[in-house]
Design a protein around this ligand. Structure first.
Ligand code: AP5
Length: 213
């Protein structure tokens, strides 16, 4: 099964994808996580991508499509979190899957008002070592500023600063929202109320995944 998660920054895509990976064995393929790792290691991809990410702009399609071609597995359940984000990426994904004799199973759209997103992003903290995600109000670590999993230091993502967040929202509306129509025509869209709590939303997603339709 191949699932796509679409939604604005901070909607909870990564949180749900990580849970599905832990509890149901999906491979969680997050272009944002792969890019952040590349930035941290200062690979050529990371050096190139950083300037776009810091401004809240999308990294060029050619780089992202090559990255997915490299990481998309031949077998097993996959969640594509943060990809595709443009029509060119969506078309490239269709071509990649066609070439393997596969197709997308379901596209889940995380719907959430801007004010909730701003609250989630301003309170998000990530582990600088293992990448685990926390929230100072909704999912705080046991010890302030310290990762429960590895003891690493929790930091704010560079692109979670308010001015960058506003641009990311704008970019989402302009470049990614049109994908919803693209997938609506294929009849594989499922809308989610992403204001729900983590576990409630997880149960809803689990239901959608288990429903054969
Ligand atoms: P990416 O990392 O994909 O960022 P994003 O889509 O903006 O999504 P986020 O990671 O910000 O949010 P999320 O929905 O995963 O929320 P989370 O679960 O963390 O992309 C970053 C950048 O990389 C892009 O700007 C671009 O430059 C580049 N890029 C990536 N993919 C690209 C592509 N395909 N093409 C071109 N460029 C690309 O949750 C947020 C917070 O809320 C957390 O603190 C969490 O604990 C909390 N939370 C989560 N769920 C709930 C809940 N139900 N209730 C209360 N709190 C919750």
């Amino acid at each position: 099964m191949i699932l796509v998660f679409i939604g604005p920054p901070g909607a909870g895509k990564g949180t749900q994808a990580k849970l599905l990976s832990q509890r149901m064995g999906f491979l969680h393929l997050s272009t944002g996580d792969i890019l952040r790792e590349a930035v941290k290691k200062q690979t050529p991809l990371g050096i190139n991508a950083k300037e776009y990410m810091d401004r809240g702009e999308l990294v060029p399609d050619s780089l992202i499509i090559a990255l997915i071609e490299e990481h998309l597995p031949e077998e097993g359940g996959v969640i594509l979190d943060g990809f595709p984000r443009t029509l060119a990426q969506a078309e490239a994904l269709d071509n990649m899957l066609n070439a393997k004799g596969k197709k997308l199973s379901k596209v889940l759209v995380f719907e959430i008002p801007d004010e909730v997103l701003i609250d989630r992003l301003s309170g998000r903290r990530v582990c600088s070592n293992c990448g685990a995600v926390y929230h100072i109000k909704y999912n705080p670590p046991r010890r302030d500023g310290i990762c429960d999993l590895c003891g690493g230091t929790l930091v704010q993502r560079e692109d979670d600063k308010e001015s960058v967040v506003r641009n990311r929202l704008e970019v989402y509306r302009r470049q990614t929202q049109p994908l919803i129509d693209f997938y609506k025509k294929k009849g594989i869209i499922y809308n989610l109320d992403a204001t729900k709590g983590v576990e409630e939303l997880f149960s809803e997603i689990e239901g959608i995944i288990k429903d054969g339709g």
